[in-house]
Ligand binder design. Structure first.
Ligand code: GLU
Length: 466
């Protein structure tokens, strides 16, 4: 094990967002690559907005993606005592102070600053105050003044903030609860985090956190701020652009490896490579190669990757993953063809498991209606002749696999002087109800001769009655 310790620290105020998942993925990859430790920490200090449901949704999303953590989940809400101790330590060391300014007073000061064209910043009224009355107070960090706070971000390069821009941060509210930036520092320090990889919406928090590390005598970790994910209109990716929840992608029929592959390439590249297995990602990932600019979420590319993983996926696993999508359609595979065989006939062309499920339905439910427009392209006499001939020949054949059935259909064409589509299309409609279906030999081999013949006869009855 290396010394590297990273963490993913979601706030449980909603599901696992694809942006959060990418941050988690980058952390996980670095840990796995360097033999480090990946920690999961739930930042639930915002009691009002944090829910158990969100925690569950986040864990579910991470498990589905296979982002396994080595330590945790730790909950910030379990550490209130620890935070209090450190607030006290800063108070004792004179590095924090009680501030009795009321919100009304602070509002006035803020307004005045704005009117005078100054940055609204706490003016330090209580910094040097000596009396410690029992009136309500917050605890403020005595931010060091002068100079600048700078850090070398692993993604964004050097970032510096003049210290005078940094406020005397409130670290404990009037009700005694610690504030967000303070908890993050105490946690990252006590969990001995060496590299903080997080969204770049936290860049502005970093100098304040660095000052706190220094005041507490903790080593300052390295930082890597990951650029945002944008929608096609270059605005921050949100529901407006489509699904943003990891689990929604699962439900839409995406494979976890496709989403992982898509997310790793969102902002990171390795030459012209597009396809990365989990192992390859781990081997090749380098946080220094994550781009500085925001990336645009491209559903087409995600679909392309998903199609690739479906096409090349293990059929038995795909069959398992397909089951919930079939249940959603109230399809039971009991008594029908082997689902693995069904998957084999569909995996070449399906972009998602939802699409595959749509196309698999006919194998288990004989068509109730037929695509009449497609049927109308053929003469009634022709249709009846095709159904009759095919049903007869199939009942008598010894062919038993897709190639054998395809050969039989060819023979029928030669014998009757029909072209392949003149037989293939009507039979496809008879078997599946429509024209979108796999190769005819494949369908027959999968459905079995008995079921095929019965469906063809049913279609014959339908056409005869027209
Ligand atoms: N809890 C923060 C968030 O969900 C992450 C904070 C951090 O990574 O430092 O945005």
């Amino acid at each position: 094990m290396s010394e590297l310790r990273v963490r993913f620290a979601p706030s449980p105020t909603g599901y696992l967002h694809v942006g959060g998942a990418r941050t988690a993925l980058f952390n996980w990859l670095l840990a796995r690559k360097q033999g480090g430790t990946f920690i999961l920490r739930i930042e639930d200090t915002d009691v009002e907005r944090s829910t158990q449901e969100s925690v569950d949704a986040i864990l579910q999303g991470m498990r589905w993606l296979g982002l396994d953590w080595d330590e945790g989940p730790f909950y910030q809400s379990d550490s209130f005592e620890l935070y209090k101790e450190y607030v006290q330590k800063l108070l004792n060391d004179g590095k924090a102070y009680r501030c009795y300014c009321t919100s009304g007073e602070l509002d006035k000061k803020r307004e005045l600053a704005m009117q005078e064209g100054r940055k609204p910043k706490y003016d330090g009224t209580c910094r040097e105050r000596l009396d410690q009355s029992d009136a309500p107070y917050v605890v403020r960090f005595r931010a060091p003044q002068g100079g600048e706070v700078a850090f070398d971000d692993l993604i964004k390069g050097r970032i510096a903030f003049p210290a005078e821009e940094l406020d005397d941060l409130i670290i404990q509210r009037t009700d005694g609860t610690p504030t967000y930036n303070f908890c993050v520092v105490i946690d990252d320090a006590s969990m001995r985090i060496t590299t903080v990889i997080r969204g770049d919406d936290h860049v502005n928090n970093t100098p304040r956190q660095i000052q706190l590390y220094q005041a507490l005598g903790f080593p300052v970790p390295q930082f890597a701020h990951v650029p945002m994910i944008l929608g096609s209109d270059k605005a921050r990716l949100s529901k407006r652009h489509g699904a943003t929840s990891v689990i929604a992608y699962r439900d839409m029929g995406f494979l976890p490896e496709a989403l992982m592959n898509y997310l790793v390439r969102l902002g990171w590249s390795h030459g012209d490579d597009e396809i990365f297995s989990r192992d390859e990602m781990v081997q090749k990932f380098d946080i220094n190669n994550v781009g500085r600019s925001a990336s645009v979420f491209n559903t087409e590319k995600l679909l392309w990757l998903n199609a690739h993983y479906i096409k090349t996926g293990d059929t038995e696993r795909l069959a398992d993953l397909l089951l919930p999508h079939l249940s959603k359609r109230e399809v039971t595979t009991l008594g029908g063809p082997d689902l693995i065989l069904v998957v084999k006939t569909l995996q070449e062309r399906a972009q998602t498991l939802e699409e595959m499920a749509d196309r698999a339905v006919f194998y288990y439910n004989a068509p109730q209606i037929y695509d009449e427009a497609a049927l109308a392209k053929f003469e009634k006499e022709h249709l009846l002749a095709v159904f009759e001939t095919v049903a007869e020949q199939l009942s008598a054949t010894t062919a038993a696999d897709a190639a054998g059935f395809d050969a039989l259909f060819k023979e029928i064409c030669i014998e009757k002087g029909w072209k392949m589509p003149q037989v293939g299309q009507p039979v496809r409609i008879a078997l599946s109800g429509g024209t979108q279906a796999p190769g005819i030999g494949e369908i027959v081999a999968t459905l079995g001769v008995t079921e095929t013949v019965s469906r063809i006869r049913m279609a014959g009855v339908f056409v005869a009655g027209k």
